[in-house]
Ligand binder design. Structure first.
Ligand SMILES: Nc1ncnc2c1ncn2[C@@H]1O[C@H](COP(=O)(O)OP(=O)(O)OP(=O)(O)O)[C@@H](O)[C@H]1O
Length: 317
């Protein structure tokens, strides 16, 4: 089953203001498949085309070329049926007006013909104490939590979350991660865009990186690390460092740096190796073979933030 399928999707907008008459290509020939049951992270610099993609998934905008399918239905002809099975947390649209948070939820439950208990949903997003307040009194983070509760109405098959952590405090961000996992365990596919790499790294099965309207990477974070020839820092704790240990490690292919930090304690030292992922095991073996007593090994891998930097070029023009 596929949850989302874009084939040959190009989206051009006509420019406004002084650049009227020219167009901007927000997406260029994008092919993307998100499988049912995945937690899928959608990344890219400002202006890369993330919100445009989400607008196409929800039929808020139509592609200039190509086809968009959601839950195996064509968005161009079946968007009403799709919306019944999709939960959306839009970017930057807070709830407005005098209605209370609970009333907003009741409206969403009616619209989806769902059977949810609004109080249970408010509780889930940590809003049970303020459900009776008019939403215009809500802070940014409270409005974001309410919009998440609205997205959860009707146990959707697919959750589309555009920058879900916007405005959330650390507790809210943790609640968000927990809910994403719970929804996924229930069987929902989760597709979310984010600039917060830790969030993405913590919950996503796969990610896509968009840059200037083109997909530049789609894979698991581990596979992106491998294909980027990612470097790791390996810290090998030893009782002492024999004379030739550093030269043995330095001679290995893939090793770009070796050092022993100064001021080690009397009961141990360490060898810190910067190397490719493939050189990790040979480096540990070389330390061992030099006669050092290896006590512990820890590895710091390339972060998603570093990968993102490698794949992208900054704000789209
Ligand atoms: N309605 C519009 N009219 C004209 N150009 C638009 C419109 N919406 C988006 N664009 C342009 O399309 C490109 C992609 O914008 P989009 O909002 O999809 O990026 P994004 O990846 O969501 O960025 P951000 O991370 O800043 O939210 C940008 O160059 C933007 O200026």
């Amino acid at each position: 089953m596929t949850a989302i399928e874009l084939r040959g999707v190009t989206k051009r907008y006509e420019r406004l203001g002084p650049l009227r008459g020219r167009s901007v290509t927000a997406l260029h020939d994008v092919d993307l498949t998100v499988r049912s049951g995945e937690i899928f992270g959608f990344l890219g610099p400002n202006g890369a085309g993330k919100s445009t993609t989400i607008d196409l998934l929800l039929d808020y905008a139509a592609p200039t070329e190509g086809t968009v399918r959601v839950l195996e239905r064509d968005v161009a002809t079946e968007s009403a049926a799709i919306r019944q099975r999709v939960g959306v947390l839009p970017d930057g649209y807070g709830a407005i007006g005098e209605r209370t948070g609970r009333e907003h939820l009741e409206f969403a439950i009616d619209a989806k013909d769902a059977a949810d208990d609004p109080d249970a949903l408010l509780e889930r997003v940590g809003m049970h104490t303020v459900g009776d307040y008019p939403v215009e009194e809500y802070s940014k983070g409270m409005a974001q939590r309410l919009m998440l509760a609205v997205a959860l109405v009707g146990e959707p098959d697919l959750l589309i979350l555009d920058e879900p952590s916007t405005g959330l405090d650390p507790n809210g961000a943790r609640t968000m991660r927990r809910i994403v996992r719970e929804e996924n365990e229930r069987g929902a596919t989760v597709f979310f865009s984010s600039h917060i790499m830790e969030q993405v790294e913590a919950v996503c099965d796969r990610v896509a990186i968009l840059d200037g309207g083109e997909l530049v990477a789609v894979d698991t974070i581990d596979a992106l690390r491998d294909s980027a020839g990612g470097t790791s820092t390996v810290t090998i704790e030893v009782s002492s460092v024999p004379d030739d240990t550093l030269s043995r490690v330095r001679a290995l292919e893939g090793v770009t740096g070796v050092k022993t930090p100064p001021a080690e304690s009397a009961n141990g030292s360490s060898v810190v190796v910067a190397c490719t992922d493939a050189a990790k095991a040979p480096a540990i073996a070389a330390v061992h073979e030099s006669g050092a007593d290896v006590r512990n090994v820890t590895t710091d891998e390339t972060s998603l933030e570093e990968l993102f930097e490698n794949y992208t070029r900054g704000v789209a023009q």
